[in-house]
Design a binder for this molecule. Structure first.
Ligand SMILES: Nc1nc2c(c(=O)[nH]1)N[C@H]1C(S)=C(S)[C@@H](COP(=O)(O)OP(=O)(O)OC[C@H]3O[C@@H](n4cnc5c(N)ncnc54)[C@H](O)[C@@H]3O)O[C@H]1N2
Ligand code: MOO
Length: 639
């Protein structure tokens, strides 16, 4: 077929997400198939019919204790002042927990409460009441009783009750077969070496595992090329064999985005585009009576769209309600802007600081898988809300258990590679603790401490007047607060230049003269302040620097920018240059310190943080990186 016949469709709808979902669900009955499965293998399966007990549990009167079985009436005279003697075989029998009670007896006395007189005789000082310490027939499960209704998702303990009731197989809903078709000429298998323009296929595996988690049975196909015939064939085949069809990528307006046209041609399209981001260009339709969900290519868009539309289909098939996430009220650490008429799904880090949950948004780029991986929660900005101001309250859905959020140390300020090491070392000591960090620059870190939105800030701020690091900034910005300035690292700052330093850059002057392409850091970053000081000392201005206005948010992104450009130069710390294989010209040893409130410093989390910083393990790991020294023996400045 001629590819040109599929014209680009540029305009997508903005259908409300819930309306699109409800339409999709309403269009399919999804008649669930049933099957029998062994109880031992039934974890997570959903009962298709009510389940009735085949046997009672216990199915005989059983002793609940180790002791003696008696006829309660025989014991009524026993008293502390007049102990009663019982004869073996006539008035009592020995029983252990779980033993059947001989038919002539109706109570059990615990062994601790009897005195052995001889082989044949015992003495008791308290009467027994009928049925004491006996588990009567059916105490747990009564034969013919309904153990589970239909539509119950089986948990480990449920399987035990089924076996106890002598049930070996249980009738469950078949797992809906979900065909997953990754498409794209740019996709390669992870085992292939990626050339420029090639992307490792991974969405398929993520989808398959989401589907498994939700109770479906994924069928992940190989990569399908962006060719209408191939896509059509894959779709028809999937619609023949699966209950639900998911096709990935080619959902938008690109020159090779055929999917919507093909579904339209061989089936029906209900929706192309929903008013939610990321995930907007989703396609919902039908082929051969089966639901088809065209999920956008960008991973985060894809994961969300899958949850919005495939999870409800799986749940409908299994006749179970969709699971809901726990929510928590958060205070916004940063402003969030949203578009009117569209929902925004913002991935956020959440920490518990000063008695409230504080959320900081992660990147919104839909291609950044780590924004989803690192997120503690999802903050959904509703359609009719334009966003939130910093400090405003909003609700977030949790992607992790709340306890994990509670025990995190919230780190803000300047980015440093050692913070990740610190976090993993803390986690090694206390598996419920970790650091969550947002890299906002030194100044913003101090402001986060000021506003009570972070526990710790990492800063490296050179005072151009005093040439001293950090202290004057803390005094000025956090005046009046009980603050601890904790000396942490000395690290090497220097020029990042392409390998071999082709332009021979040693100073700001060299940069200006050789018209090197500078890659700057954002305003407020310590490195930016250092650069501006160097500029002033060299009696130059930003106008003398090519690229001064080009701002990056971390040392690593500066290094990445310099990598491919022989005329580029940046300023940053040694390990970032090393990580990208750049040459490094050291110019200064800077002090990277930690700022925290005195309250935090003295808290359990604060003590853990300091003890890890001071440990030999941590110091050795940091110094192994190169370009670092952990400050030891320095006295924190408190006040
Ligand atoms: N002019 C416009 N361009 C785009 C629009 C738009 O409205 N107008 N929408 C953007 C949005 S929003 C999204 S989301 C994406 C959706 O793109 P497609 O569904 O067409 O997907 P591709 O362009 O093929 O891929 C996007 C991206 O994702 C990577 N990808 C795809 N499949 C996989 C996979 N199986 N595993 C890993 N990564 C995958 C792909 O390589 C691309 O990098 O369109 C915007 N554009
Ligand atoms: O809506 Mo796309 O899905 O931005 O990322």
């Amino acid at each position: 077929m001629d590819q040109k016949q599929y014209k680009r469709k540029i305009y997508l709808e903005d259908k409300p997400r819930i309306e699109a979902r409800d339409e999709l669900l309403a269009a399919f009955d999804l008649p669930s198939q049933k099957e029998w499965t062994k109880v031992e293998e039934a974890l997570g399966r959903v009962t298709a019919e009510p389940v009735f007990a085949t046997e009672s549990m216990p199915h005989y009167h059983a002793s609940a204790m180790d002791g003696i079985a008696v006829q309660a009436a025989d014991t009524y005279g026993a008293h502390e002042q007049s102990p009663l003697r019982l004869a073996l075989g006539e008035q009592f029998a020995y029983v252990d927990t779980g033993n059947a009670i001989p038919p002539q007896y109706n109570a059990v006395i615990m062994i601790e409460n009897v005195n052995v007189i001889d082989d044949q005789t015992l003495e008791i000082i308290e009467p027994a009441t009928p049925w004491q310490h006996i588990r009567p027939i059916g105490e747990d499960i009564v034969q013919e009783e309904m153990i589970f209704p239909q539509g119950h998702k089986l948990r480990p303990a449920d399987l035990g009750s089924l076996l106890a009731a002598r049930i070996t197989e249980v009738e469950v809903f078949k797992k809906p077969a979900v065909a997953i078709i990754p498409t794209g000429n740019e996709l390669i298998e992870v085992t292939e070496k990626p050339q420029s323009g090639k992307i490792i296929e991974f969405n398929g595996t993520v989808f398959a595992n989401f589907v498994k988690e939700w109770g479906g049975e994924p069928h992940l196909s190989g990569i399908v090329k962006d060719e209408p015939e191939k896509i059509k064939e894959a779709l028809l085949n999937a619609a023949e064999n699966a209950d639900i069809v998911v096709i990935n990528a080619g959902s938008s307006a690109g020159s090779k985005d055929f999917t919507v046209h093909i579904i339209h041609e061989i089936g029906e399209v209900f929706t192309h585009g929903v008013a939610a981001r990321p995930g907007k260009p989703v396609i919902l339709g039908k082929i051969n009576g089966k639901p088809v969900v065209g999920v956008p290519g960008y991973p985060v868009s894809a994961y969300l769209a899958l949850e919005w539309f495939v999870r409800p289909l799986v749940c409908k098939y299994l006749q179970i309600p969709e699971p809901k996430r726990q929510t928590v009220q958060v205070k916004l650490g940063r402003r969030i802007v949203s578009t009117m008429g569209q929902e925004d799904f913002i991935r956020v880090n959440i920490g518990y600081v000063n008695g409230q949950y504080v959320a900081n948004p992660l990147t919104r780029a839909a291609g950044v898988t780590m924004s989803y991986v690192r997120a503690d929660g999802l903050l959904i900005v509703p359609t009719n809300v334009l966003g939130y101001e910093q400090g405003e309250l909003a609700e977030a859905e949790l992607l992790r258990p709340l306890e994990e959020v509670d025990s995190s140390i919230v780190f803000s300020g300047s980015h440093d590679l050692t913070i990740d090491l610190l976090s993993s070392q803390i986690k090694r000591n206390r598996n419920d603790m970790k650091i969550i960090s947002s890299h906002v620059g030194s100044m913003a870190g101090l402001l986060a401490i000021l506003k009570g939105e972070a526990h710790v800030a990492g800063i490296h701020l050179l005072d151009p007047e005093t040439k001293e690091y950090n202290l004057s900034y803390v005094k000025k910005l956090l005046d009046g607060m009980d603050i601890v300035l904790y000396p942490f690292l000395k690290r090497k700052q220097g020029w990042f230049v392409p390998e071999g330093n082709p332009l021979g850059i040693e100073s700001v002057k060299d940069m200006a003269e050789k018209k090197a392409h500078f890659v700057n850091r954002q305003r407020g970053a310590g490195t930016r302040i250092l650069f501006d000081l160097l500029l002033k000392e060299a009696e130059l201005t930003p106008d003398n620097i090519t690229g001064y206005s080009r701002e990056m948010f971390s040392h690593l992104s500066v290094a990445a920018e310099i990598k491919g450009n022989p005329e580029a130069v940046g300023l940053g710390i040694y390990p970032a240059a090393r990580a990208m294989g750049l040459s490094f010209v050291p110019i200064a040893d800077e002090e990277y310190d930690l700022v925290m409130t005195k309250d935090f410093f003295e808290s359990e989390k604060g003590k853990m943080l300091i003890s890890v910083i001071q440990s030999d393990d941590f110091r050795q790991n940091v110094e192994k990186i190169g370009g670092y020294k952990v400050v030891t023996g320095a006295v924190p400045k408190i006040g």
